[in-house]
Design a protein around this ligand. Structure first.
Ligand SMILES: CC(C)(COP(=O)(O)OP(=O)(O)OC[C@H]1O[C@@H](n2cnc3c(N)ncnc32)[C@H](O)[C@@H]1OP(=O)(O)O)[C@@H](O)C(=O)NCCC(=O)NCCS
Length: 176
């Protein structure tokens, strides 16, 4: 129990991009999810994230996401069936004019059998996340960067570059 409380502290006083902590329980950390963040908060966030998948109005959708702690700038488009992390939505920052393609998954946490990873995700201004991509916890996507459709992004993406694939690699770099 003490161990999980330390995770909660980390999520509040966050200073690093991501943190991995060992699981000391008897089952597995996903089954004990309610000790990571609290049962009712997680269920409520999960419900909001679930209905946001099919809400057509960007204005309403963005307001609901802000209500559960996601930091969302102006003119952000989050397409249908996007899944934002319901456990740590407050660790997700989406700057102005970002587009997130249909079916993308953005994770701020990651359960393994013996450890939990928790990390901020930062999508900077005018970045584009291609449809069906997965953004890992701890990742920053730079300004005007493009993530090709169906990519797995496990490392930071530089400003103005295009990455793609599983795991994502640089396809184009306008800085060169
Ligand atoms: C990355 C992307 C923008 C490139 O489109 P484009 O500028 O028209 O360029 P091309 O399709 O000619 O691809 C450029 C190169 O990137 C490669 N590439 C494209 N997508 C790739 C992917 N997912 N993984 C690996 N390489 C990829 C192409 O093979 C090509 O390589 P080549 O020059 O060696 O042939 C586009 O493929 C894409 O994924 N767009 C996402 C759109 C989207 O999902 N929007 C949100 C929902 S509407």
């Amino acid at each position: 129990m003490e161990y999980f409380l330390s995770i909660i502290d980390l999520s509040i006083n966050y200073i690093m991009d991501f943190k991995e902590v060992k699981y000391l329980g008897k089952r597995n950390p996903a089954f004990d999810y309610f000790q990571t963040k609290g049962k009712y908060r997680t269920i409520f966030n999960g419900f909001i994230c679930h209905i946001c998948r099919i809400i057509p109005s960007m204005r309403i959708k963005n307001k609901l996401y802000r209500m559960i702690g996601v930091k969302i700038g102006k003119n952000v488009v989050i397409a249908a069936y996007v899944e934002l992390d319901p456990y740590f939505p407050e660790l997700i920052t989406i700057e102005d004019n970002v587009i997130i393609g249909v079916g993308t998954i953005i994770l701020a946490h990651e359960y393994s059998q013996d450890k939990v990873r928790i990390g901020k995700v930062h999508l900077k201004e005018r970045s584009l996340i291609g449809a069906g991509s997965l953004i890992r916890s701890g990742v920053t996507v730079g300004e005007r960067a493009v993530v090709a459709a169906k990519s797995y992004v496990n490392k930071d993406v530089k400003n103005n570059s295009t990455v793609g694939g599983v795991p994502a690699k640089i396809i184009k770099d306008k800085n060169d």
